[in-house]
Design a protein around this ligand. Sequence first.
Ligand SMILES: [Zn+2]
Length: 318
Amino acid sequence: MWSGFAVAMAALLVAGCNRSGRLVERDGKPLVVTTVTMVTDMVREVGGERVHVEGLMGAGVDPHTFKPRISDARLLEDAAAVFYCGLHLEGKMQESLERLSLRKPQVWAVSSGVPPDRLLAPQEEYEGHHDPHLWGDPALWAETVGVVVEGLSRIDPEGRSGFEARGEAYRKKLLALDEWARARVAEIPEGKRVLVTSHDAFFYFGRAYGFEVRGLQGVSTVSEAGFKDRAQLVKFIRERGIRTIFPESSVNPKAIAAVAEEAGVEASAEHLFSDAMGTPGDVVERRGESYDRGTYIGMVKHNINTVVDGLKPGGGTP
Ligand SMILES: [Zn+2]
């Protein structure tokens, strides 16, 4: 039998301490550090009041090009647990996160919760990596909740039943969101489901809801779109009779606006949230429903409503 002391020590070891061996807390709660806003939101949903969550990337931040500051490195070092997306989404951070996970067992990529056969095939321009934009499909994103439940339970074993209950409730909300999205997308005739955006962030979205997807830039925003790609995209938009194309919140909208002008179509007045959500508290009302675009659920509702209203016959930006 383990003595109470040994159990406490083991819990402390699992719970993640900083270099001095002290469990780092904020407001008396374990410090949990996250990267992109979608992961931050999920960890807050699952962790509830038991953990203190700090996200490194805020609204409008492009994770492909994000470089951590010295203060971010310190937070990662101190964290009781770290959750990130993975699949090279956090392009400039991936290596340091992998190195951190060798020294520190409490580092988890939420994408590890998705069965490999549901990941989208590597894109040529993405150097053989899988497409990381999983959250475009809420039902797929729901698969990552288990990683957060398990990770938080490791650093706070007493909280396990609470994390499991909150995780399950959140998972159900994501599945309900998917149902809602399907019903809205059905308003666009199948032949009109063509989504043109700033970069290739919507392949999972497209697979889930039957859209053909074209991005001006590749899966990562690191490389700029060349002239040939742009000319091809303009031709594609004209040929397919696409009415509206969409800028993204974390990518400069100028390039997509120029494409719209060249093709003689409308650039949506409202951008889509691709790799970052809105600012927390950005509550909007649409179709008799209000939602916070600074949450993952609000972000998806905004994107679906914007796409459907932009593409359905007789629709328009409200
Ligand atoms: Zn992206």
